[in-house]
Ligand binder design. Structure first.
Ligand code: ADP
Length: 162
């Protein structure tokens, strides 16, 4: 049987314990997961695409089933190029659900072969978002329960430079 690959796309600016939990739990369904960091032309990010890719690679260096990549263009085209069968995304709130549902239906219209798997957040991570972590760190707080220590250090460095 051929291996089942999922693409887990996102901004990951930066990756959080919430994202990491979705990726790890994805292995209950998929053999390999490609974490695809989006070039957001419209979104101003704190970390460059290269930085975001490198942060995720470091965190998953001992997990051979995870590949980290950067992508732009249509997600469904990227999924086909990577021979993946599904898009894996996480859901925290009703708002997430509405956005993800709309995105999943749009992707289905663009390519009916590709499935979207929307995984419910683990209760422990439901309050975590990249933007609230950045706010906490910017204000001098400790976000260690939400993001790996190494990532918090990079954030502190980034904000100190500004
Ligand atoms: P995007 O800008 O594409 O929404 P994000 O990096 O913000 O990218 O999120 C990527 C995916 O991870 C989205 O599906 C989002 O709903 C999900 N996600 C973000 N934070 C969490 C969390 N704490 N728990 C579960 N899923 C999450």
């Amino acid at each position: 049987m051929s291996e089942k690959i999922a693409v887990c796309p996102g901004s990951f600016d930066p990756i959080t314990y919430g994202h990491m939990n979705i990726i790890k739990r994805g292995f209950a369904i998929f053999d390999r997961i490609i974490v695809a960091v989006a070039f957001n032309i419209s979104k101003k990010t704190t970390f460059t695409v290269e930085e975001r890719v490198s942060i995720i690679q470091d965190l998953f260096h001992d997990e051979a089933r995870v590949t980290v990549d950067a992508f732009d263009g249509l997600l469904v085209d990227y999924v086909v190029r990577k021979k993946a069968v599904a898009v894996l995304r996480g859901i925290r709130t009703v708002t997430d659900y509405e956005n993800e549902m709309q995105m999943a239906l749009t992707n289905k219209m663009l390519n009916p072969q590709i499935e979207s798997v929307l995984m419910m957040t683990d209760g422990a991570y439901s309050h975590i978002s990249s933007s609230n972590i950045k706010e906490i760190v910017k204000l001098g707080g400790n976000a260690e329960s939400m993001v790996p220590k190494s990532v918090q250090t990079l954030l502190r460095r980034k904000f100190a430079m500004k």
